[in-house]
Each structure stands twice: as structure tokens, then as C-alpha cells.
Write a protein that binds this ligand. Sequence first.
Ligand code: PLP
Length: 299
Amino acid sequence: MSSADYSKGAAWQGGRYVPIAEASVPLTDWGFLRSDAAYDVVTVWDGAFFRLDLHLERFLRSCRKFRLDPGRTPQEIVEILSQCVKLAGLRSAYVEMLVTRGQPPWGSRDPRQAVNQFRAFAVPYVWIANEEQRQHGLHVQVSKVQRIPPASVDPTAKNYHWNDMTMGLLDALDAGADTVVLSDAQGNVVEGPGFNIFAVRGGRLVTPAEGVLEGITRRTVVEIAGTLGVPVDVRALPAEELRTADEAFLSSSGGGVLPVTIVDGRRIGNGEPGAITRRVLQMYWDWHYEPRYSVPVRY
Ligand code: PLP
């Protein structure tokens, strides 16, 4: 019986489970040297995976787009993710699966010769906004940094090309905002570090169509809006329309629906999370207890 301490999280790598602090990527893996990897994050809430099927499908799609091979069936991946959650003893968790390119034989620069490496880990649930921000809304800055164009790095394949987001985030934090949303070359907002964005205008939801990761939370919000009878426009969202929205919120597996109350120093609505935002947020959490969306972890 192993005495390993999994209390801070558990990872799977190289065919075995290790405490999260012992998990690592070799220095020469292109996943590290070139951000050459695909990943996905699914959450566990109150003992059950939320929309696990959609996360697995997106993960395998991301891998195919980047010509990466996880080398495992979806069932094998689920088994590994479940075991990580179980070892860490987590009722609510942030569960990541990833494939790195690996490294081609020494002297070769041909990525086809690399052996791709699958890893996974489970750590305590990650909120991308703190309690105060969730209660009263986030202050968002629209960045001057342009999001990497989709023709360069496909944003629909979940990836680690985050330099644009990190530089934008640093500027936003320096300016006193809580987070950042990036725009495309036309001045339409697209997404931010770990989230999609929604504006509410005239009783309708608007979320960017192009240049974004098709978030599972974004999809869930669109489905919730359907249930609530709130129309959704999936189209370009000019930054000015976000600044002058009636309500705004972020969507992310890292916290669900997160109200935004200030954009570029300007108050959104009355400066408190809006009525539609609150209804969507409530239903997002209610849906975690719907059997059709949840897969219980076998502890
Ligand atoms: N956009 C980016 C760039 C992300 O990294 C993420 C999540 O990490 C999202 C959007 C939101 O996706 P999801 O709702 O599937 O978590």
C-alpha cells in the first residue's frame, strides 16, 4: 500500500498515478518548449462530472486538429480522470486531460517522429473569480493586445498559446481591473483568459461567433437561455456594444456564469449583476443536479 499524499491533487503520467506535486513534463517535451499541446478541463461538482461527454468530445477534436494522439479510448480516459479525483478524495474538482507532442528523436525536427504523451490531473475546484467578484461582478478591461488570429492558431482547439492573454491580463491588473477580454483585428471582443463573454442587450444575449473556443459553459448558457425563453445572438460583438450593454457576464468551467459590472471603467446597467445574468447563473448550478448532465464519480 502506497503512503503517497494525494491530498493536494493527483496526476496520471507515464502509466502511473503520482501526487500532483510530483507531476512534471520533461524539459525537452515540445509541449513545454513550444506550447505544442492540446487539453481540456472538465469539472466535478458535488461528486459528479458535469457534461463529461462534451468535454471528452472536444478534447479528442482538439487533438485531431493539432495532429496529436492521446493513444487512449474515451473509456480509458474517463477511468484515469475518475481515479485521479478518487485518489485526491475531491468532491469538487478541476480535472485536466492533456496531450503534449513529446520529443522527436534527438537531432530530428520532424514532429511526426515524436511520441505524443497523455497526462491528466485532478486538483481542488478552480474559481477564476473570487467570492467578492462573484457577488458584485468583475471589472473587465478590453485589451489593446489583439487575440492571436484564428488563421494562425485555431482557437476552437483548446491550447496553451496564452501569451496574448497573459500580456493583456498584466495590463488590466496594473490598471486596477480584475481581468481582461481580448479583441480581434476588427475591434470585436472575442474571449479572455479561460472564459467566453456574453453581453445582454434589449433582453437578448449576444456572444461572439468567431475567434473563440466553443466553451462548454457557453453552450450550456445558450441552452439555458432557450429554456428561459431568452433569445441568443451568436455574432460579432463590437467592444462598444459590450461597454454599453445592459448586463454582461463571463462563462467558464472555472466558476460557471460570472457577472461583469464594469467594462473599461464604465458601469454596466446599475452596477450590480443583472436580472437575466442571475437567472442564467441560478439555472447553471441547478443543472449540475440533472442526471442527464452529470456522471457520478465512483469513489
Ligand atoms: N476560452 C478560452 C480561451 C478558455 O481557455 C476557456 C476555458 O478554459 C473558455 C473559453 C471557456 O470554456 P469552457 O466553458 O469549456 O470552460
